[in-house]
Design a protein around this ligand. Sequence first.
Ligand code: NAD
Length: 273
Amino acid sequence: RNVPTIALNNGVTMPQLGFGVWQVPDDEVAAAISTALEAGYRSFDTAAAYGNEEGTGRALAASGLPREELFVTTKLRSSEQGYDAALRALDASLDRLGLDQLDLYLVHWPPEADAYEETWRAFEKIYADGRARAIGVSNFQPTHLNRLIDLGGTVPAVNQIELHPWLQQSVPRAFQSDHGIVTEAWSPLGQGGGLLKEPKLAELAERHGRTVAQIVLRWSLQLGNVVIPKSVTPARIRENIGVFDFELSAEDMAAIGALNTDTRLGANPDSVN
Ligand code: NAD
């Protein structure tokens, strides 16, 4: 499969579609990743908090693919914010993944006020030392991003946020685009729940001869987002990457645009910090 890439603000390129492994147990993740690799996925999104970095690393090593063909993201868990703690956490993540360099390291959730500068300074060191090819954040609102940008250092390459047709995030997307920050959509399928039963989406799926999941992923890709759908079901893993051979019209995009209800399925970053 030919997955297009997106250029980050430092010139590193990232596949526009990857494979998310949240809630996949460590002893099951290798099987899912092997299926994904066969289907053509090359980008993988894990986190220290997911407890499956070891299985992820084993599966990637077993693939025998050259390291430079893979794009590996992991995230700093919130309890490890701060300068020294973040550096130690990176060591531990690399160790579990069996890698000496990440492609992308993300701050998983906005830190408490005091930790912004300390954690981001650690991330800048990690980047300067070549232990991550790019650094970014996750679950940052524009206010959080402004705090970070005001430090005057490295602008995050990516902000990974909840984003699907029920939570379209138009304000954060515009802010991020203005600042050259790539928007990466988590739970792009709305976690496989009621979103996929929307009659409007079923109608579009029928018309395009696609599944609802494919329509939803295609919509997000056409907005310019990176998407990281998750599945452990081989047929769905293959289905979710089969979204680069059709196109939604401006009218289709607008019809999906009208489904926004600002409904969050995950935590609200404003109530985290
Ligand atoms: P998702 O939106 O990718 O939905 C996954 C679920 O949808 C599956 O468990 C399955 O039930 C269903 N599904 C998958 N493919 C389908 C298909 N083709 N047809 C029908 N149903 C299908 O949900 P997610 O796992 O929450 O999000 C994806 C990834 O985003 C995660 O695995 C993780 O890597 C990342 N994520 C990050 C954060 C964060 O805080 N940064 C939070 C949540 C998720």
